[in-house]
Design a protein around this ligand. Sequence first.
Ligand SMILES: Cc1cc2nc3c(=O)[nH]c(=O)nc-3n(C[C@H](O)[C@H](O)[C@H](O)COP(=O)(O)O)c2cc1C
Length: 197
Amino acid sequence: MRSDPIQQIMDDRAQARRLGDTGADICFLALADQAGHASARTLVLRDIKDNRFLLFVNRSSPKWQALESGASWELLLWYHSMQRQYRIGGSTQECDTQFVRDSWQRRPRGSKYLDILYESTQSQSSTIESRSALIDRIQQIREQENIDEMEAPSKVTGIELVADRIEVLDLNHQDRIHDRQRFTLQGSDWIAEFLVP
Ligand SMILES: Cc1cc2nc3c(=O)[nH]c(=O)nc-3n(C[C@H](O)[C@H](O)[C@H](O)COP(=O)(O)O)c2cc1C
């Protein structure tokens, strides 16, 4: 195991992509809100910069509201092709909104229509009468908006999960005695401890 878990993640992610691992570009975000309600969801992991993990989210979503109100979180990465799991903890910060807004221009059209829907009438994860009601609303947006000329809606944003704790579970041992290490950021150094797997 390397002494820098971020570099290890970036190397595993790059290799997982080369191997066609469907987990290479996603992550799993678990949250516990202040009422103790737990939730988890799959998200695209947009980027890793230094110790910051970038996710794109909509401000109307329950996950944004939970994060904004100080929910506890953990991010999980699993690279099947590399047989390594990473559990990441730390703090959060909103990312550079201009970057998210520029990136929005390259989003698929369907995703853009949903962002417009979240902005106007239906927040993400709210209930709707039926799938056909959803398709009708999207059709109305298609007719009303010139999506190629639009700026990103204001609720489109991103969040950076700033890691200060990373736990690595490495299954690449024939004897099945896995290697499990917890790295804690102290200043600019990651301090490693071994954990019982
Ligand atoms: C492969 C995959 C990638 C996803 N990527 C995102 C994403 O980048 N952003 C997002 O808001 N939801 C994404 N979702 C949907 C979320 O898992 C979730 O259903 C949605 O964000 C609503 O979650 P919430 O109610 O906890 O806010 C993705 C789902 C899958 C299966």
